[in-house]
Design a protein around this ligand. Structure first.
Ligand SMILES: [Zn+2]
Length: 90
């Protein structure tokens, strides 16, 4: 599970600079997309069986104008670190 992981802010900012992610919403076309890195969500395999189910960590990008939401898996670029400072790669 990913309860002890948080976004590595330094790597995340490098990722944003490298990818030059647009902040234009594909639904309403306003420049109101914002990524929230304070909380890592999980997309879990069902049924949830402790110790067996797989969960994918996700960072939400939400349009503050219309609510459109997309997700980025931070494991792909190693953007998570454990709360004790270690790195978590996918
Ligand atoms: Zn929108």
């Amino acid at each position: 599970m990913f309860m002890n992981y948080e976004v590595d802010v330094e790597k995340f900012n490098l990722f944003l600079d490298e990818k030059k992610l647009p902040n234009t919403c594909p639904l309403c076309a306003t420049d109101a997309l914002e990524m929230d890195i304070d909380v890592v969500f999980g997309l879990a395999e069902l049924p949830i069986i402790p110790g067996e189910s797989i969960a994918i960590p996700l960072l939400p990008t939400t349009c503050k104008n219309c609510g459109y939401t997309a997700f980025i898996n931070p494991m792909v670029k190693g953007l998570l670190k454990s709360s004790d400072g270690g790195e978590q790669n996918g």
